[in-house]
Design a protein around this ligand. Structure first.
Ligand code: DQA
Length: 142
């Protein structure tokens, strides 16, 4: 099986993006950590990052054959309605991840338009959140 690791805007520069908030792990580090978690099941990880919402939507449309997904929507959590619709059409379990504790931050980060559709949401645990999401999917996907 293939697991989709989908990251939205400004997450391609992890490692040097406000490291005091987002940590120093790069997206490549996170991908490697997720690969390690799911190797026991023989899953491959398809890691996709886009700054543009439409590209994320297309990636989800193209990923209908994957076993599940880990999604960090970045700021598209706030008003990413076409991303939300693409996730509604995504037929497999998926977990929303935020590196930072969005509720401990500015008010505009307190609501996610995609969270009501997620199997679960992990926030505030840094890069570990992605690994925990991978473990959750191992548990959810038969
Ligand atoms: C984020 C939180 C969002 O509010 C922010 O816009 C991001 C990163 C996180 O991982 O903590 O881009 O999704």
């Amino acid at each position: 099986g293939e697991l989709l690791l989908l990251n939205g805007p400004n997450l391609g520069i992890l490692g040097r993006r406000e490291p005091e908030i987002y940590g120093t792990d790069t997206l490549a580090d996170i991908q490697a950590a997720v690969e390690k978690e799911v190797a026991e099941r023989g899953w491959q990880v398809i890691s996709v990052q886009h700054d543009c919402e439409g590209a994320l939507v297309r990636s989800l449309q193209d990923a209908h054959g994957t076993v599940g997904a880990i999604v960090n929507p970045g700021a598209l959590m706030i008003a990413g309605w076409s991303l939300r619709d693409a996730l509604a059409a995504y037929p497999r379990p998926w977990i929303e991840v935020h590196l930072s504790n969005v509720w401990a931050r500015e008010r505009f980060r307190h609501e996610s338009v995609i969270a009501p559709l997620a199997s679960g949401v992990i926030a505030g645990l840094g890069a570990l959140g992605y690994r925990l999401a991978a473990r959750a999917l191992l548990d959810r996907v038969p």
